[in-house]
Design a protein around this ligand. Structure first.
Ligand code: MUC
Ligand code: MG
Length: 373
């Protein structure tokens, strides 16, 4: 049976409200812009991918607007007419036309995988080596919040979804104030759950060397990207000197970045985001490099919605190197869904959707509702 042909690629931007503001180091998100990419094959199968950055340009420079332009103007002409089965060849050929722009590439690559898996009537994970687990631990992330609100939200999430680990955004205010807020929160929960922090690369070396030991003393279990992405020497110094595991996020946006972190011994854990890495193929390469060097991989998020999150779940379920759990909670941060069958979260875990492709299917009324006019 010949493989179907890629006949059409359509994009639209969704603006989906969040359940509450999500405050990062330098940006507060009240809604999540999502580039929804739809791929249509000659046999009628259709697949979806999401172009998503955490809130906007502040994280890595790409936005849904830049992604839409790259997908429509540059990647689509290099993709239409190709066989749906030759995804690795298509992705390889994209490099002749578009350098970098990995979030944009991820959105289209994942839509191609979803479309082809649906055409074959198999789960997406079966195109990635097959599922070897049905669920993964799922951390919940709090934006920068006053102590009382943070304690209340942690208690609420323990009760509602059984979360056992929490990620706390930092970096927006005065470091001493930020640190004491975190220390008080950790203390308030009295060891019932674990806490990690993410400074989104906004502390400098001296601030980190001064305040990270205070957070270590307070019982924080993981430091995510405290310092700038390109300064691997400082990340290595923090990893070597403080003794709390360090996770590289902004420092690892490609397999080559992962190799650089390995060579420098600059981190203990790598945040694997199918978005920032440019899709599933590049994420597999990145995880292989980390695993070979003994680094753990974490199934991380750029706050994708259900399509993107489901694709990352299929990735994590088919990648043994993902040993440090996930933070694939994005759909729960959205005030409303836009798929017919939501991803299941309970007992501190997230479950890999069943069914062809990603296993989640569009709710077109909701998609139309959130489509940017
Ligand atoms: C990031 O930098 O990790 C993931 C969770 C969250 O709150 O922010 C994102 C992006
Ligand atoms: Mg991060």
């Amino acid at each position: 049976m010949p493989a179907p042909i890629i006949e059409a690629i359509e994009t639209r931007i969704l603006d989906v409200p969040l359940i509450r503001p999500h405050k990062f180091a330098t940006f507060t998100a009240n809604e999540q812009p999502i580039l929804l990419v739809q791929v249509k094959l000659s046999d009628g199968a259709t697949g979806f991918g999401e172009g998503v950055v955490p809130g906007g340009a502040w994280w890595g420079g790409e936005t849904v607007e830049t992604m839409q332009a790259i997908v429509e103007k540059y990647l689509t002409p290099a993709t239409i007419g190709r066989k749906a089965s030759e995804i690795s060849g298509i992705v390889h050929d994209w490099e002749r036309h578009v350098a970098n722009m990995r979030f944009a590439k991820a959105a289209l690559e994942i839509a191609l995988f979803d479309a082809y898996a649906r055409s074959l009537n198999i789960p997406l994970a079966d195109l990635l080596g097959g599922k070897f687990r049905d669920s993964l631990d799922c951390t919940w992330a709090l934006g920068v919040l006053p102590l009382e609100q943070a304690v209340a939200e942690v208690e609420e999430r323990i009760a509602s979804h059984g979360h056992q680990s929490f990620k706390l955004k930092m970096g927006s205010g005065d470091p001493a104030t930020d640190v004491s807020r975190i220390a008080e929160l950790v203390d308030a929960l009295e060891g019932r759950v674990s806490f990690r922090i993410d400074i989104n690369a906004r502390w400098d070396r001296l601030t980190s060397l001064r305040f990270l030991p205070v957070l270590a003393e307070a019982g924080v279990e993981l430091f995510e990207q405290p310092t700038p992405a390109d300064d691997l020497d400082t990340l290595r110094e923090i990893t070597q000197r403080i003794g709390v595991p360090v996770m590289a996020d902004e420092s690892v946006c490609s397999p080559a970045d992962a190799l650089a972190v390995v060579k420098k011994q600059a981190a203990d854990v790598v945040a694997i985001k199918t978005t920032k890495l440019g899709g599933l193929i590049e994420s597999k390469k990145t995880a292989a490099i980390a695993e070979t060097a003994g680094l753990a991989c974490h199934g991380a998020t750029s706050l994708e919605g259900p399509f993107g999150t489901a694709a990352s779940l299929h990735f994590c379920a088919s990648t043994p190197a993902v040993t440090y759990g996930t933070e694939l909670f994005g759909p729960m941060l959205l005030k409303e869904t836009y798929v017919e069958n939501d991803i299941e979260y309970r007992d501190g875990k997230v479950f890999v959707p069943e069914g062809p492709g990603t296993g989640v299917n569009p709710d077109w009324d909701q998609i139309d509702k959130f489509t940017r006019k």
